[in-house]
Design a protein around this ligand. Structure first.
Ligand code: PLP
Length: 951
């Protein structure tokens, strides 16, 4: 009987046999015994529940979902009910053409999602009134924290003080404080409702919430002026829906705007994932962290999109890094942008007016019933005084199926959104003991702050009002792109494996999608059980004692893990331990995270075999002995090799008093065979969007949980709303009970997508997971074995074997023929493939990770293409084709190019379009020719160009 594992793993038994023959082993076990060093090998199996079928897992998830209660949510605080238009839900959120795509580093095959992201940036820039927005931050809290560090870099003030208005979302404040402390930034929370007189004399930045967490809408113009007078930068955390009616942050003089786009059609998901946003005024665009989509041109001079200012990411520059954000929230940004495309400016204004009208009516009814409503000016949220009765009112509302926010013993917060109905208002009034109100209602938005400027004037926000037009727009864009639904994406380090439909289905169930992160515990027992079991399974898989799923990307897991190490050292008086050793081959986020955790990065060399140089390690340990905080190593290494020195590396660092952080991005090569928590590491992050099947979404969402050994458990990320959140002093935290700083705005981070890894683990079971690892390692070694004679495989470990990926060294060929990795990557598009990882971790190479999910036919199709390309390189080398006019240099070839009336190239059209093995039916055509990135960086355009540009 076929199991889920048989469907998740590509090669069947017969294929496995043939692959083993090629690699030269009798069984997968023999291969794994040879590949994995015995010192790290785990022979104890995995203690997980036995594998369940797809149908059983859906039934189990259904039962868990049924234990969540979907109340009407009027809690607000940055999370709102929203109607995801069905055409967007089904054709984006539930469409593999969108959700299985990778980050658009290969822009020629990513024009669809790049256009959607450019729409997102245009939407944010327009609504905030600022010039440049990136495409996307991880949530509002982290966006606000990035705004703080951006302000510090750009402010001329030497002050370490960052002022945060007291009416800021509490979870945002917690994340800001957690990020500030290791950087020596002093956060001062001030009640600024009375104006600039409450500001300190000196500060480098100011954070304002607009409207405030209480719902109040204030004119912040005087505060902005006062801040600018002392050289400080101002961030306004603004609600996008409110901005359709209110003067924009840009118009009141703000330098930066930050926030979330959740209420633009993205379900609450118990806290995430949602796309955060960050926008800046003119002059600050080159300091923006995150990914910025820009317009450039292709080889024909036609406009084309690509990520701007990237030599991978402009902000991840190792020890000079300014941010560690890598995986962002692309899929959610696409959804939010499409919400704006579908509704257009008039539709959004209409939704905002309806939302405001409900809030105004709610307030009028409460006032008529004798209840005190604190604020006169508000958009969608009111704070109501009910001395001594807040808990009772909140309970009465909950009993009727409506969640309100208990601010304190005397006050209740109530937020309206586009899903609020008059019937909901009646229930709220009832909870307050007030009769239903039918009288007059006056708008409560201050006239002086009324928005008069236009927004979303670009035609894209006007042309898709009918569902037919919207459906076709979504289809047209996704047809431009190459995602896993077309073929393999052999990206080293990224583990682009199957995202099974059964894993995906539950995330759009209302019982998972429509839960507010602050919903009462009694309404979320299904979610909490799911999270607890997922955390315990991940602990079992990794050998750690405790796991936190809060970090919403691998980068955030790194920060959380390093902060745990920092907290641990400090709890033992090790305040001076601030040196983080990082091998030269590390992923850029590692060093960036170390900098953010207040550590100094010291690079450890690699030897000629690509392994961490243990002699240099000894020297660096000796040099920094008493200051050594940690080492961060990736295992298997980013070179795709199981290093045999890992155990001794761990021991050396421990002996010197340091902690060992193992970057778990490559866990796909370990599951079932080795456990970092048992071979010497103290903490790791995992990328659930790599090893555990959360789709990449075109560059996010992700989940980056960390596992820790027992001594670090007290320093795991705290609840951003809890008393433990960073308001408490460090010594209190160091007591071991208070918990670490929050690294994400929601306690469980991107909880809404946790059913995906849960389902994967549940359907695979111990045996399936272990088999998957063997299949992944076999696939990588098969590709290495087939390609080795055509391209040197740069590094290998025991017995010449690689782990789950292999690096193909093109440098000798480049030297001999002038053909670059870029040429090969682009030529692969003509062959119907996404390129492997380019020039990471070694410049001039390609890193191939086939994963266990690709079947032998697809692996062979890839190998055949690479071998055929090798032949083409030969033809360039031998002079058959000129160096500047050959199928590699001109790749990718578009349909319009090869069907043009003129053809003057040195090779025939058929070679351009249908090289060896490419079917004439259903070929994927790149929509643009090779894109000139540098041109776009010199002429930075990060919003939608006018349609005439495309004529
Ligand atoms: C992907 C990756 C990261 C970063 O993870 P994100 O989820 O993109 O933030 C870190 N280290 C390695 C080795 C990786 O491959």
């Amino acid at each position: 009987m076929n199991t889920f594992a048989d469907r998740h793993i590509g090669p069947d038994r017969d294929s496995e046999r043939r692959m083993l023959d090629q690699v030269g082993y009798g069984t997968v076990d023999e291969l794994m015994d040879a590949a994995i060093p015995e010192v790290i090998r785990w022979h104890g199996g995995l203690n997980l529940p036995p594998a369940a079928s797809e149908a059983e897992v859906i039934a189990e998830l259904r039962a868990l979902a049924d234990r969540n209660t979907v109340n009407v949510s009027m809690i607000g605080l940055g999370y709102y009910g929203t109607h995801t238009p069905a055409v967007i839900r089904r054709n984006v959120l539930e469409s593999p053409a969108w959700y299985t795509a990778y980050t658009p580093y290969q822009p020629e095959i990513s024009q669809g999602r790049l256009e959607a992201l450019l729409n997102f940036q245009t939407m944010i820039a327009d609504l905030t009134g600022l010039t440049t927005a990136n495409s996307s931050m991880l949530d509002e809290g982290t966006a606000a924290a990035e705004a703080m560090t951006l302000a510090r870099r750009s402010s001329k003030s030497g002050s370490p003080v960052y002022v945060v208005d007291a009416d800021t979302l509490p979870q945002t404040l917690a994340v800001i404080e957690g990020r500030a402390e290791p950087l020596g930034i002093i956060v001062q929370v001030r009640d600024l409702s009375a104006g600039a007189s409450a500001l300190p004399a000196d500060f480098f930045g100011l954070h304002l919430q607009y409207p405030g967490a209480s719902g109040v809408v204030l004119d912040h113009a005087d505060l902005v002026t006062a801040a600018h007078e002392v050289g400080a930068l101002v961030t306004v955390a603004a609600d996008l829906l409110a901005l359709t009616l209110l003067r924009s942050p840009g118009e009141i003089g703000a330098d930066i705007a930050a926030g979330t786009t959740q209420r633009f059609g993205v379900p609450m998901g118990f806290g995430g994932p949602h796309a955060g946003y960050l926008a800046v005024r003119k002059g600050l665009e080159r300091t923006l962290p995150g990914r910025l989509v820009g317009v450039s041109r292709d080889a024909d001079g036609a406009p084309a999109y690509r990520l701007a200012l990237q030599t991978r990411e402009q902000h991840i520059r190792r020890e000079k890094a300014t941010s560690n954000i890598c995986t962002a929230q692309v899929l959610l940004a696409v959804i939010a942008s499409m919400y704006a495309v579908y509704h257009g400016p008039d539709g959004l204004r209409d939704i905002a007016r309806r939302t405001h009208a409900r809030a105004a009516k709610l307030a009028a009814g409460l006032r008529a019933g004798g209840v005190t409503v604190s604020s006169e000016a508000f958009f969608d949220t009111v704070t109501v005084s009910v001395p001594g009765r807040a808990a009772a009112v909140v309970a009465a509302a909950a009993a009727q199926g409506v969640n309100l926010r208990q601010v304190d013993a005397d006050r209740v917060g109530i937020a309206c959104d586009e899903t609020t109905t008059d019937a909901h208002l009646v229930l709220v009034w009832k909870a307050f003991g007030v009769p239903a109100y039918t009288g007059a209602v006056e708008a409560a938005l201050p006239d002086a702050l009324a928005r008069t400027s236009d927004f979303l004037t670009h035609p894209v926000f006007h042309a898709h009002r009918s569902e037919t037009a919207m459906l076709r727009y979504l289809r047209r864009l996704s047809d431009l792109d190459y995602a896993l639904d077309r073929g393999m994406i052999p990206l080293g380090s990224c583990t682009m494996k199957l995202n099974a439909t059964t894993e995906m289905e539950p995330i759009s169930w209302p019982e998972f999608a429509n839960i507010h992160p602050h919903a009462p515990a009694a309404q979320t027992s299904g979610y909490r059980e799911l999270i607890t079991s997922l955390e315990s399974w991940l602990a079992e898989v990794t050998g750690y004692d405790a796991v936190s799923v809060q970090p919403n990307a691998g980068s955030q897991g790194e920060l959380a893990g390093l902060l745990a190490i920092r907290g641990y050292h400090r709890s033992r008086g090790g305040h001076d331990r601030d040196v983080c050793l990082i091998p030269s081959s590390a992923h850029g986020t590692n060093a960036a995270s170390a900098v953010m955790a207040g550590m100094r990065v010291v690079v450890v060399a690699c030897d000629e075999n690509g392994n961490v140089d243990l002699v240099d390690l000894d020297a660096k340990i000796e040099q920094h002995a008493s200051r050594l905080a940690a080492i961060m190593v990736t295992y298997p290494s980013t070179h795709g090799v199981y290093e045999t020195g890992i155990a001794s590396l761990c021991a050396k660092v421990h002996d010197a008093g340091g902690q060992v952080y193992v970057d778990g991005a490559n866990l796909n090569a370990l599951v079932g065979f080795a456990k970092p928590g048992r071979f010497g590491a103290d903490v790791s992050h995992l990328n659930l969007h790599k090893t555990f099947c959360i789709p990449h979404g075109g560059g996010g969402p992700g989940v980056g949980p960390i596992g820790v050994r027992g001594h670090l458990a007290p320093f795991l990320p705290g609840d951003p709303l809890g008393a433990t959140a960073s308001r408490t002093s460090h010594s209190a935290r160091a007591g071991g009970t208070a918990g670490g700083a929050a690294v994400s705005a929601a306690r469980h981070g991107s909880a809404g997508i946790l059913p995906i890894p849960w389902a994967y683990l549940r359907m695979m079971g111990a045996e399936g997971l272990t088999r998957a690892t063997g299949a992944a390692v076999l696939a990588a070694n098969y590709v290495a074995a087939r390609l080795r004679e055509h391209y040197p495989v740069l590094y290998s470990g025991n017995k010449g074997l690689v782990a789950h990926e292999c690096i193909l060294d093109l440098r000798p060929l480049t030297k001999a023929t002038g053909v670059t990795v870029d040429d090969v990557a682009k030529r692969l598009i003509d062959y119907g493939f996404h390129a492997p990882t380019m020039s990471f971790p070694v410049a001039g190479t390609l890193m191939v990770e086939p994963t266990e999910s690709e079947d032998l036919a697809e692996l062979d199709r890839f190998c055949d293409a690479m071998i055929a390309i090798r032949g083409e390189i030969e033809s360039v080398g031998s002079g058959t084709w000129p160096r500047d006019d050959n199928p590699l240099a001109n790749a990718p070839h578009t349909a319009s190019m090869v069907s043009g009336d003129e053809w003057s190239h040195a090779y025939p059209r058929s070679v351009a379009a249908y090289p060896f093995g490419v079917s004439r039916v259903g070929k994927y055509w790149a929509p643009v020719r090779r894109i000139d990135g540098a041109f776009g960086d010199r002429n930075l355009v990060c919003a939608c160009p006018p349609p005439e540009a495309f004529e």
